[in-house]
Write a protein that binds this ligand. Structure first.
Ligand code: SF4
Length: 437
């Protein structure tokens, strides 16, 4: 019988990449993917717990799945990912229609667990060994056709005081370089033009293996034939080395973009966050990066409303934004995560203040983003074509090397083509233009 699976993915790019791996694993035991949840024999939730809003959404979705189990008692429902790691068997206690819960380090066992559930129908929970080695799948079924997301390491050792990741993803484990190369070569052979190296903190790559460091890995990947664009995410400012900056500056296909989360713009809060750098150090790093790669696009993450944040700290952050002039900043309201040190910090910021500060921050940054984008008005940029836009099949979308989204009327180009587009309209988040070649 043809068995079908549906994976519901929540959270970050890492979870998206891991869902692609789960899809690869399931195809090896006879399952095919379906978009129709009602047709699925197996539904997997790949979950996230980085913010309480994500958790609430997932618990809501789990509740909804009960109706499918009532319609089809043979349906198998599993929960994996970060919330699975955090809440473990409480998930099954709370929602009896869940059949298994697998923690983040147990992903490699998915086929075995599904097959054993098919025969024994016995509920199963395993969140053990959170820092264990993940038996990885190097032939994922990728959602996109242009960009391949390749995890190079899992976990994090940094313990920023607001962050739950080290608790649900364990300590840093790097994938062996040979495995990474094999996966990338396979992606390139299958037509992928862009490679994105992923990790919670890619700059720590290799420390646990005692082998090549991230700069050396990036340089080696850059030499693989067939890659048109090479990107990586995410970098911790404390670990971004001079060697990496120089590899980027002299790279063949490494894109001129760094996502460098600063999280805050006052030393007092950075210290409370345990980010281990100061505003001054971050500014020095930005200066070095811009000196080596003048056309670099710099993006960041920022959190407002961290415990103890005063109006003075917030003003320092606004000034910091005006000084750095990021291309884009992803801004978040602090979300308390129980089990993290910050959950017990004093000086909670009330909701109204948090929202006001978030709006002020976004207003300042959006103005800067627009001003920076205006420099491209009338320019011709190289765009990697990703496909139809969400709203109009005659309008295609793609990205510049600096990772800006570009919309243009579709002519004869295909997904994966590299084309030139002349920009004739810029907005805060996107460019619009027409073919220029
Ligand atoms: S570096 Fe900090 S914020 Fe990033 S995953 Fe690690 S602990 Fe979390």
């Amino acid at each position: 019988m043809d068995k079908k699976f549906k994976i519901l993915t929540y959270g970050c790019q890492m979870n998206i990449a891991e869902s692609e791996r789960m899809a690869g694993q399931l195809s090896k035991i006879g399952y095919t993917m379906t978009e129709d949840i009602e047709a699925a024999d197996l539904i997997l939730i790949n979950s996230c717990c980085v913010r309480s809003t994500a958790e609430d959404k997932i618990y809501g979705k789990i509740g909804e799945l009960k109706k499918y189990k009532l319609q089809n008692p043979a349906l198998i429902i599993g929960v994996m990912g970060c919330l699975a790691q955090k809440d473990g068997e409480n998930l099954i206690k709370r929602s009896l229609h869940i059949d298994f819960v697998l923690g983040t380090a147990r992903r490699g066992e998915l086929p075995k667990i599904v097959e054993s559930f098919e025969s024994a129908r016995k509920k199963f929970v395993d969140t053990s060994n959170v820092s264990g080695i993940v038996e990885d799948e190097i032939f994922p079924i990728r959602a996109g056709k242009v960009s391949a997301f390749v995890p190079i390491m899992y976990g994090c050792n940094n313990f920023c005081t607001y962050c739950i990741v080290p608790y649900v993803r364990g300590r840093e484990r790097s994938r062996p370089a040979a495995e990474i190369f094999a996966e990338i070569k396979n992606a390139v052979d299958n037509g992928y033009k862009e490679i994105n190296l992923l990790g919670q903190n890619v700059n720590s790559y290799g420390k646990d293996l005692g082998q090549e460091n991230f700069a050396q890995l990036l340089s080696a990947v850059d030499k693989i034939d067939g890659i048109e664009r090479l990107r990586f995410m995410t970098s911790h400012p404390k670990d971004l080395s001079d060697e990496l900056i120089s590899v980027m500056a002299s790279g063949k296909n490494i894109c001129e973009h760094i996502h460098l989360p600063v999280q805050y713009g006052s030393n007092k809060i950075l210290k409370k966050m345990n980010r281990v750098y100061t505003v001054e150090k971050y500014l020095e790093l930005v200066k070095k990066i811009r000196a080596a790669i003048p056309n670099i696009s710099l993006t960041t993450d920022l959190i407002v409303g961290f415990p103890g944040e005063t109006e003075e700290d917030f003003k320092l952050t606004l000034n910091f934004l005006r000084e750095v002039r990021f291309d884009t900043a992803f801004t978040f309201i602090y979300s308390e995560r129980s089990g993290t040190p910050a959950a017990n910090f004093e000086g909670k910021v009330d909701d109204e203040t948090k929202h006001r500060r978030l709006n002020e921050l976004m207003t300042v940054q959006n103005k800067i983003s627009l001003e920076k984008n205006l420099q491209f008005d009338g320019a011709t940029v190289e765009v990697l074509v990703e496909g139809e836009s969400k709203t109009d099949k005659n309008i295609y979308t793609g990205r510049t090397r600096s990772n800006k989204a570009v919309l243009f009327p579709h002519e004869s180009e295909n997904v994966g083509d590299l084309i030139n587009v002349k920009i004739n309209q810029v907005q805060t988040w996107i460019f619009k233009g027409v073919r220029a070649d």
